[in-house]
Structure formats: structure tokens, C-alpha cells
Design a protein. Structure first.
Ligand SMILES: [Zn+2]
Length: 331
């Protein structure tokens, strides 16, 4: 588990780690993807469980509790997240992530919380992320726990899409709007991680820099490979472009196209670009040739496609069909 908070979270962390008895039993950390919500919740969990935390509330990393956490075997900690599909799929290259948190996981949590905590006088921490991954049955089972919380149990809940949660769940939580980094904070942090082209990465991440690092990918290097293809517009070679774009999987390819399309749309409307300000001139030339109705139709198609991007079959073929739509936008 990560045991650190991002610079833009420091004051919030100090507040919650030191809140003591006044802390609500269920904290819901919500905000957009890529600003470090999960790392925050994990660090808070470690700090709350640690027997000798540092003055700033960060766990010591040395005590028995910290060792248990590091080994993923803390008796007073439970982390609930969509589980990987089981061994049946192990022959395939990419393990498929299950999409939902299911009721069996929450039932197991009920059983666990019915027992007393391991450490005398200690607290138990339950971390659930992302909360919107719970199906309805799981949500209702969790609701019971939130309504009648077990003693000395801290729920830490993380959500990227608060609007997808049941109102009954929301009403049982203290909602915490997670801070986003300023440009200066984000840039400084990326530079401290030795990220090449930090300013480009900042813009490309849409102000959500932690996502870029999680993917462990040289985003700018990849951009330099795919952008010349997309820049060709109607003259683009679909097979070549597809070959570059599929390298990071279908979901990443779709994200590239969505960001590029948004900036094409912005450029066409003479608005500031969001993700590719460095390519303003190129995008302007391309945008002038656009047929707007086709761009909008393609955007909708990509949105629909995103829902099924986990599907492993015929990804190359599917991507080539999408790229054909791309070319058609330019007449
Ligand atoms: Zn410790």
C-alpha cells in the first residue's frame, strides 16, 4: 500500500487523521479520477492503525501494525474492491478485472465485523473502492452496516462517480470533496517523479496527474508515435495507426481518440485546447476540414464503445473500424 499523501492533500490529511472521536464512522472521498483519492485513503488507513504514527499522522512503517499492512495481512483491516476473475482465465495474457463488488464480499465483511477487533482497544478499518462498483445487492448489504456501525470501526470509501451511488448510502456518509492539484502543484510533483515532459503530461492528464504514473507508460513517447498518424486526417493509414494505438490496449486507444476529438472540437470553436495545447497549429488545420456532425457521431460511438472496451475479442479489427470513422470525419 502507498504510505504517503500528495502535496495538495496534506492539510486535509492532517485534519482527518487527527480528528479522533469526532470523526464520522464513514468517510466518502469523492472526486475525479487521477487526483490520488485511493492513495489518500490507504495512507489514512495505515496512519489510523499504526501504533506509533509520525507527528503528521503518517504511519511509522516499523511497528507490528505497519508490518502486517505491508504483508497484506492486517487482522484489523479489510480492503474491498472488484476481484480479478479466477484462474479460468489465467491462460490469457491480460487478467480480466471483474467490474463489480458483489454481495458475497459484503457478506464476508458482515461476518468479519461481527468478531471483535484483534488489537485490544484498537480500531478496525474497512476500505472500499471504487464504491460505485457495488451492485444493488451489495449496496443494500453495506447500507445495513453503515446504519448500525460496529463499534470502533472506520469505513473509508472512495468514489470517482458519486452520482452513481444510492442516495441512501450517501446519506449515511460524511462526504469529502477531494482537492485537485493546481497547475503549479501538479507540475512540481510530476517533476519530482522525474517525469519527462512534465508540462505536456500535466495537460494530457487533464489536471489529474496520478493516473499517468499508475499506467507505468511513457505517455509522451507514445504520443509522438501516434500523433503523426492522426494528424494525417483523411490520408491516414488505418493499419499503421491501429498498430501504434493498440499497443496499450483498447481502453487506452479509445481514451487517446476521445481526448484528440475533444481538442479538435474545441479548436474548431476557437476555444482553448484541453489536452494537446502543444499541437494547436496542427489541430487547427485539421479542424478546418472537419465535418462537425460526423465528429459528434464519432464521439458518441466512442462513448458507447468504451463500455465494451474490456471485451477481448477482435480488438484490432474493432479499432480499425473506429479509425475508419475517424478518417471519414474529414470528408
Ligand atoms: Zn506503524
Amino acid at each position: 500500500m502507498i504510505n504517503n499523501v500528495y502535496p495538495w492533500q496534506e492539510s486535509l490529511f492532517a485534519h482527518w487523521v487527527h480528528a479522533g472521536e469526532g470523526r464520522h464512522h464513514a468517510l466518502l472521498f469523492h472526486g475525479k479520477t487521477g487526483i490520488g483519492k485511493l492513495a489518500f485513503a490507504q495512507t489514512l488507513a495505515a496512519g489510523l492503525l499504526c501504533s506509533q504514527p509520525q507527528a503528521n499522522g503518517i504511519a511509522c512503517g516499523q511497528c507490528q501494525s505497519c508490518h502486517w499492512l505491508a504483508e497484506g495481512a492486517h487482522p484489523d483491516f479489510r480492503e474491498i474492491t472488484p476481484e480479478d476473475d479466477d484462474a479460468a482465465d489465467s491462460s490469457k495474457k491480460k487478467t480480466r478485472k471483474r467490474q463489480q463488488i458483489v454481495i458475497d464480499q459484503i457478506r464476508a465483511l458482515h461476518d468479519y465485523l461481527a468478531l471483535t477487533s484483534h488489537q485490544v482497544g484498537g480500531m478496525r478499518v474497512v476500505l472500499i473502492h471504487p464504491l460505485e462498483a457495488m451492485n444493488v445487492a451489495a449496496s443494500n448489504a453495506l447500507l445495513k452496516l453503515l446504519e448500525e456501525p460496529p463499534q470502533r470501526t472506520q469505513f473509508l470509501l472512495v468514489s470517482h462517480q458519486r452520482q452513481a451511488l444510492l442516495p441512501t448510502i450517501l446519506s449515511r456518509c460524511m462526504q469529502v470533496d477531494m482537492p485537485v492539484p493546481s497547475h503549479a502543484q501538479g507540475l512540481q510533483w510530476l517533476q519530482a517523479q522525474s517525469v519527462a515532459q512534465a508540462d505536456w503530461v500535466w495537460h494530457y492528464s487533464g489536471g489529474a496527474p496520478t493516473t499517468v504514473l499508475q499506467d507505468d507508460l511513457d505517455w509522451h513517447g507514445w504520443y509522438q508515435q501516434w500523433s503523426p498518424h492522426l494528424t494525417r486526417g483523411a490520408a491516414m493509414d488505418i493499419a499503421l495507426a491501429g498498430g501504434v494505438l493498440i499497443k496499450q490496449g483498447m481502453a487506452a486507444a479509445i481514451q487517446v481518440l476521445q481526448k484528440w476529438l475533444l481538442d479538435l472540437w474545441l479548436s474548431r470553436h476557437q476555444l482553448p485546447l484541453r489536452y494537446h495545447p502543444d499541437a494547436a497549429a496542427t489541430l487547427q488545420t485539421l479542424a478546418a476540414k472537419l465535418e462537425l456532425s460526423r465528429l459528434l457521431a464519432f464521439q458518441q460511438q466512442l462513448n458507447r464503445f468504451k463500455m465494451t472496451a474490456q471485451h477481448p475479442l477482435n480488438q484490432e479489427l474493432q479499432l480499425e473500424q473506429l479509425l475508419l470513422q475517424y478518417k471519414k470525419m474529414f470528408g
